[in-house]
Design a protein around this ligand. Structure first.
Ligand SMILES: Cc1cc2nc3c(=O)[nH]c(=O)nc-3n(C[C@H](O)[C@H](O)[C@H](O)COP(=O)(O)O)c2cc1C
Length: 226
């Protein structure tokens, strides 16, 4: 463990439409409730090729705008980001990396962080956990986050996947309707929609995930590669 009086965790996340930020806050609260210090660090996506199209809300043409990054996502490309100072260096006892799913993959901003020298500095020899946040359509690849964390010298201690309310198709339609109109739609194509955001029990999921991770951290090899 670090020399801090209380064990400390870094939660690095990226969030375009605020759902990953809510998950990061819930995990921080769960850590604090167990006597840990928690630092949340939001990665900023600054890549001019995509930012304008993706950050417009509501979106004029959601499908076109959201697919602008599809080829790059499928090819696991990285892009320009700004890393806050807390995620550049630090002697944390646990690093949690939370990413929205973008086209079946870890989002470009989080992939870019995981492939940066700063992530190596922060993760080397440290326990780390992976979190993804998505609608629930198509598969989600948390294995990539794990592989990149291990490449940085981190020791994987767990992963979880938060999903939004509604089934596969309805969840996607609810989300597209939300992105286009800027507010939740009660019906799309005549179908009744669930709310477009996280399931109401996400805070409970965050608490039980953190509890499981902390149980493993106590017995995990720390600073082995440091
Ligand atoms: C460019 C883009 C691609 C996405 N691709 C997927 C996907 O393949 N599967 C999925 O379930 N959700 C997908 N989503 C939805 C997000 O994962 C989901 O809305 C998540 O809650 C967003 O997190 P955020 O609010 O923190 O940005 C995509 C969102 C964006 C912006």
């Amino acid at each position: 463990m670090s020399t801090n009086p209380n064990p400390s965790a870094l939660i690095v996340y990226f969030s375009l439409t605020h759902q990953s930020a809510r998950v990061a806050d819930a995990m921080a609260e769960a850590l604090i409730a167990r006597g840990w210090e928690a630092t949340n660090a939001a990665i900023e996506f600054t890549d001019e090729r995509y930012v304008q199209k993706l950050s417009e809300f509501p979106m004029k043409r959601p499908l076109l705008q959201l697919t602008s990054i599809l080829p790059a996502q499928l090819r696991h490309k990285t892009g320009e980001i700004r890393i806050p100072p807390e995620a550049q260096t630090g002697d944390y006892d646990l690093v949690v990396v939370a990413s929205p799913t973008w086209w079946f993959n870890t989002s470009m901003p989080i992939r870019s962080y995981l492939e940066s020298p700063e992530a190596k500095t922060v993760m080397r020899g440290k326990p780390f956990a992976c979190v993804s946040i998505s609608r629930r359509y198509f598969s989600v690849n948390l294995g990539q986050q794990k592989k990149l964390g291990e490449r940085n010298g981190g020791n994987w201690v767990g992963e979880t996947h938060f999903v939004c309310a509604g089934g596969q198709v309805k969840s996607m339609l609810a989300w597209l309707g939300y992105m286009k109109h800027g507010e939740p739609q009660e019906r799309v194509f005549g179908l009744e929609m669930s709310p477009p955001n996280l399931k109401p029990d996400f805070e409970e999921q965050a608490r039980s995930f953190i509890a499981g991770v902390l149980d493993r951290v106590v017995g995990a090899p720390v600073d082995a590669a440091g």
